[in-house]
Design a protein around this ligand. Structure first.
Ligand SMILES: Cc1ncc(COP(=O)(O)O)c(C=O)c1O
Length: 391
């Protein structure tokens, strides 16, 4: 029996900071610019070098990044965007906030990403679909080749929610260069953390990037930083219905330091994930997701499937782990089409049976570079205990 003193506290994920981030951000207190200034430009440079994209635009969250990526495509209000229903709510919000219509797609339960066979059929039968917004679930990219092939033939435009995919590769290149625009997150549970929030859009399309740059700064043709040395720096012209989605230099300074540690973070995550792979393979009620053949995954959370379509076993295990100090969570239940917000589009239970089943089976286990080997062993031990007791 665990006593309170014996219970470890292991978060699902958490940022790992040290003196370096503290010193880098402390310097900004004495800087002339603290918002969308020189540190933000440096962060953008470092980021695009790492990803291999020609452009990177920093914003204050991935939700903002997805909104701006879609808004930059030049679509008409009400045009349809296909996206998986098995998804984080931000993906659906971004579509609506860009005044577009979300149209959900069934999941491929092997990868947790959209089913490209169903995507192809949906795209072929609708003339209103103008873009696809793909998700990278945990470490698993979708079948991007098929998505791009479908897009080339029908809709042209593809954006990506890469909040969970920093460092992951596909077909020999880092995720972030394959589509029109990819949107990253630097929130507290992500691969790197720029303070509390932060996001980045990468793109190789100059026209999209110019629009995204303008939209993040109220729709101005030039940001304050870009105007600082002009003759009349107070003059700007507003061409777009913009937002204030700018990143602060405090966030960027932390992000730059985190980028330096990224390889180390990734190595540690991979080591813990391979321990889980091995240790959990002996559990007959646990199944794994499977990466697409061309992908080179980097794990974020450790996602597994509990083989019970009702969700009862998954919920019991999650609650048992939480009771023992383990930050297990579920990504995601319910799926997007069952949120009341999207009811106005006519969605109902049963519309996407595989998505609904997967939402009841998936479970995310802690995985972050701050975890020790003993933490991972403790988690696996508790999972063994749960199944041995037939709980
Ligand atoms: C898949 C996915 N997309 C989007 C987001 C939103 O990111 P942010 O919090 O930076 O807006 C998250 C955050 O958890 C996410 O996991």
């Amino acid at each position: 029996m665990d006593t309170t003193a014996n219970i470890r506290k292991i978060a699902l994920g958490r940022p790992v900071f040290d003196r370096e981030e503290a010193e880098a951000t402390a310097k900004i207190f004495n800087a002339q610019w603290v918002l969308n200034g020189p540190e933000v430009r440096r962060f953008e440079e470092e980021f695009k070098k790492y990803i291999g994209s020609s452009q990177a635009t920093a914003v204050n969250s991935c939700t903002a990044a997805m909104h701006l990526a879609l808004a930059s495509l030049g679509l008409k209000a009400g045009d349809e965007v296909l996206l998986p229903s098995f998804n984080f709510i931000a993906a659906g919000l971004a579509v609506c906030q860009a005044r577009l219509k979300p149209v959900f797609v069934e999941v491929n339960p092997r990868t947790g990403n959209l089913d490209t066979g169903k995507l192809k059929k949906m795209v072929a039968k609708s003339t209103k679909v103008k873009a696809i917004q793909v998700l990278h679930y945990a470490e698993y990219p979708p079948d991007l080749d098929s998505v791009l092939q479908i897009a080339r033939k029908h809709v042209q435009r593809v954006t990506e929610d890469t909040a969970q995919a920093m460092g992951t590769g596909y077909a020999g290149k880092k995720i972030g260069v394959h589509t029109d625009a990819a949107c990253f997150s630097f929130g507290p549970l992500k691969m790197i953390c720029s303070g509390g929030m932060g996001g980045m859009v990468t793109s190789d399309h100059k026209d999209l990037v110019e629009k995204i740059n303008s939209l993040r700064s109220y729709g101005m043709d030039k940001s304050m930083w870009d105007r600082r040395e002009s003759q009349r720096p107070w003059i700007y012209s507003v061409t777009e219905l913009g937002h204030n989605f700018r990143m602060s230099d405090f966030q960027a300074a932390a992000g730059i330091v985190q980028m330096k540690k990224l390889d180390q973070f990734i190595a540690r995550r991979k080591k813990i994930a391979s321990f889980y792979d091995q240790a959990l393979s002996r559990q007959s009620r646990i199944d794994m997701f499977h990466p697409e053949s061309k992908s080179e995954p980097v794990p974020l959370y450790y996602v597994i499937k509990i083989l019970d379509k009702t969700g009862s076993l998954r919920d019991k295990l999650a609650l048992f782990l939480i009771e023992h100090g383990i930050g297990a969570s579920v990504h995601w239940d319910p799926p997007l089409h069952l949120h009341p917000l999207f009811r106005c589009y006519g969605y109902a239970p049963g519309d996407f049976p595989l998505t609904e089943e997967l939402s009841k089976m998936t479970l995310s286990l802690p995985l972050h570079p701050g975890m020790s080997d003993e933490d991972a062993e403790y988690i696996v031990g508790k999972i063994d205990e749960f199944f041995q007791q037939g709980l």
